[in-house]
Design a protein around this ligand. Sequence first.
Ligand SMILES: O=C(O)CCC(=O)C(=O)O
Ligand SMILES: [Fe+2]
Length: 251
Amino acid sequence: MDHADTASNPLNAFRICCLPENFYYVPNFITSEEDASILLKLPPNRWISLSHRRLQVHPSQLSSSNTLLDAPLPAWLTTTPPILQRFEELGVFANTPHGQPNHCLINEYNPGEGIMPHEDGSAYAPVVATVSLGDNIVLDIYDKRKGENDANDDESPGNGLPPIARIFQEPGSLLITTGEAYTSLLHGISPITEDVGLGPDTVANWDSLSEATRNKIVDAGGKSVRGTRTSLTYRDVLKVRKVGIGIVGKR
Ligand SMILES: O=C(O)CCC(=O)C(=O)O
Ligand SMILES: [Fe+2]
């Protein structure tokens, strides 16, 4: 690691090497106590059931034109624990229009659940910061281009080819996806009950995992059994509509 490089961009210390730019994996971004306390604060009445996961959207869903109605994110997603301050220290949203996230999608996956390969799209600045809670999970990364042999296979997002990389996310970790990694790649989570074939050659961020995690995977023969894993995916919505000002000004 180059010190000058890290001084100009603190995230450089966490870049996952050998993947398209840029994925950053920050282990222990929050403590296990903070992890547990956020899970307890998730409002039970905000879940939207989808076919292979549950979802919450804070502060609210985007409009059909991808516009966010201006409203603060709740304190349990921003200040207690001080997640936004930690983003600032790392410069996560330093180059986005609002300089900080204004939107958070929360996903919950039980064993056997997942999310199809997809891209997050142009409603957001090209930065997603994902805090993982509860348990381990593997994120699969796919090339967006179609494979040469599957011209008729529009049904297979991620072009039907195997993932180009796998990123193992421990609870308490932060994964940042930005730049080319945001715009040129797809990501997804397989709807399976255990992630298999894991090791130094198959997990892109293997060297950043805790020793305990690595030992557990190795002892299990490259396997990690899924539990319930929740993700907080922070984003900066480009179009924001302020409410109230126009009404106050009118007579
Ligand atoms: O749960 C994750 O880590 C991925 C979620 C995701 O891709 C999304 O919400 O767009
Ligand atoms: Fe996504």
